[in-house]
Design a protein around this ligand. Structure first.
Ligand code: HEM
Ligand code: HEM
Length: 169
């Protein structure tokens, strides 16, 4: 079952980048759903482009929610890379905290979106806060990955680009 590996499997890498691209899509085009909510309030017809973007926001958001549960399952069965032993404690802590915050957001944001859509419209305001929070976290996370690669010149970013040999799948 769960064992320490030297890197991520192709499946884990694929999931990471798929979720990252889907989140970026949501952040770039999230306003499409606000347009839908405003149009419904003003009893205005949406253009076909607006309708497509609204339903894209819905389905991409649901896909993220689904995929985020596949990740820990894969981690449990395939294993996870061991933390670099040379990494200072504070750095390992910061990295773990960022990852946990990502997982919390990846569940809380689609759930708040669903609640805003179906139950409590006011939740939309809270849901909208996902944008700045995600942007800050992505900058910290991607910045750290690039710092590891270009300044510390270690294997952290490569681990998320090239599948390890030892994972089973
Ligand atoms: C990780 C997934 C998601 C992200 C990153 C995300 C992001 C966003 C963003 C940036 C906005 C625009 C907020 C603004 O105008 O300032 C928005 C609006 C909205 N999203 Fe999402 N969303 C996600 C998933 C979902 C899901 C699954 C639903 C379910 C239906 C949903 C429903 C809504 C609604 C109803 C609004 C309009 C809120 C309002 O203006 O009252 N979202 N979303
Ligand atoms: C929306 C965008 C992103 C999200 C939601 C995200 C989320 C995550 C999460 C949750 C992990 C922990 C994986 C685990 O062990 O379970 C992770 C790892 C990682 N991410 Fe991202 N990520 C995003 C974008 C990026 C970008 C743009 C880069 C590179 C520039 C990047 C590079 C990495 C690397 C190198 C790791 C491995 C860290 C390690 O094992 O110590 N990520 N990411």
């Amino acid at each position: 079952m769960n064992s320490e590996k030297s890197g991520y499997s192709g499946l884990q890498i694929g999931l990471h980048w798929t979720i990252a691209v889907l989140v970026l899509f949501q952040l770039l085009f999230g306003e499409s759903m606000t347009t839908y909510v405003d149009a419904a309030a003003d009893v205005r017809q949406l253009s076909s482009y607006e309708q497509t973007m609204e339903s894209a926001h819905y389905w991409v958001g649901l896909s993220i929610l689904l995929l985020v549960f596949v990740r820990p399952a894969v981690r449990l069965f395939v294993g996870a890379p061991k933390a670099q032993s040379t990494m200072p404690k504070w750095m390992a802590f910061a990295s773990r905290t960022t990852h946990v915050l990502f997982y919390c957001l990846l569940v809380a944001v689609p759930v708040s979106g669903l609640l805003a859509f179906y139950v409590w419209g006011w939740m939309g305001d809270i849901h909208g806060w996902a944008k700045p929070v995600f942007i800050v976290l992505i900058c910290v996370h991607a910045g750290a990955a690039l710092f590891h690669h270009f300044v510390l010149k270690d294997a952290v970013l490569r681990k998320m680009l090239i599948p390890a040999r030892d994972p089973a799948r």
